[in-house]
Design a protein around this ligand. Sequence first.
Ligand code: ZN
Length: 423
Amino acid sequence: MTEASPYVVLVTGPSAGVGKSTLATNLAVYLKALDEELPVAYASLEPDADVDAMFRLGKQPEYSLFDLQRNIPFVELFTLGQFGVEYCAAVNVGQQSETSQSLRKGLAQADFPGVLILDAAGDSPFLPAALAAVDLLLVPVKDPAALPEIVRLQKGLLAAAGERQQLWLLPSQLGAASRYQPSAALTEFLRFAAQERGFQVLEGQFSADSRVAELAVKFAKPVLTRVPQSALHQQLKQLAELLLDQRQRQTSFSVRVRRMLLDGLLPPRARRIALSCPLCKCPALSGEVHYLEAFPARRRMLLHRDCVTALLVGTAAAAFHGEPGLTLVQSGTLFGGGTGQLRLQVLAEDLELLNTEMVEVTETSVWHGLIQTATGRCLAEIYRELVVYSEPVAVSELLSDAWYRDFVARRGALRQACREEKI
Ligand SMILES: [Zn+2]
């Protein structure tokens, strides 16, 4: 689900003349230069903007991003352009967003595992739809007078189920001349505003440079190919690296889950389950996962199949991994072992006991983190806690009511057998 939908970056300027489109289009080019394998798409939400100047390679793209509403598949909206960037036509004046969530829903279901860069003015009618879908919001700022507009943007982001950490201010001297010139004072002001309002500010400042303006911006050509010796080249590279880092660390994952629940793209039961795998700390919303419950803490979580494969290396339980059934994990001390041991039992679908073993947990073992996250206690402290996990199942099936009813029945029988000390 989420891993195949685009990571959405919105570049929007609260006021004219901050070089917003220069930043947005160049960012797409730099991302591709940093990671050739990463699919990168660019969409302008500026009515009738000239997107061909930067990207056109062959025929002009026919659709704009908001043609998603007409059920045109996401990938068909885009045309391969220069520098390997996929781009679509700018929105046209007559187009409108159906609701502020319609773009988000369309993007959540798009099969595009890369980055989508959106370019929209601060007063664009498409801004609410873009804010509702955004993972990372980049706001170039030139003038302290823009602060009320930035505060409005932040409010719009929070109202769209977003979080403060998604917004970054980019001190910029690019674009048309401003009344406000002293750059050192701007940076100082932005740092002050950041402390006061909780804004994150990018280090450094996108500097205006006459060669950049003459050789690249004037012709809407990339800084990367036209002026690679400029300071702006390094700054754009840093910005692209920041973006890749935020995407890699999945800093907007909780926002995505909240929005998917709001949009009905996840079943309500997902609210009660931790959707990040405790073994690798990454989202577990695609592929096959194990469902884990711990008692008495009643914690519920998902584990990636591959992470469990790695966890079981060297155990006899590894031979049964993937078979339908439950695995029961308990403290070894209950069964005559030491505090550094866990007892692992593999049970078949009908709860027939397939294997029992004591596992020696070394100091560096990932079992420690798993036990801590599942039970709320460290390995040495657990005694009567039960940790049960299921066979690996596709996430969509696992979150269904039917699958959970079956799990609850099996879990009930297992706990009964434990109480009666049958296993
Ligand atoms: Zn994992």
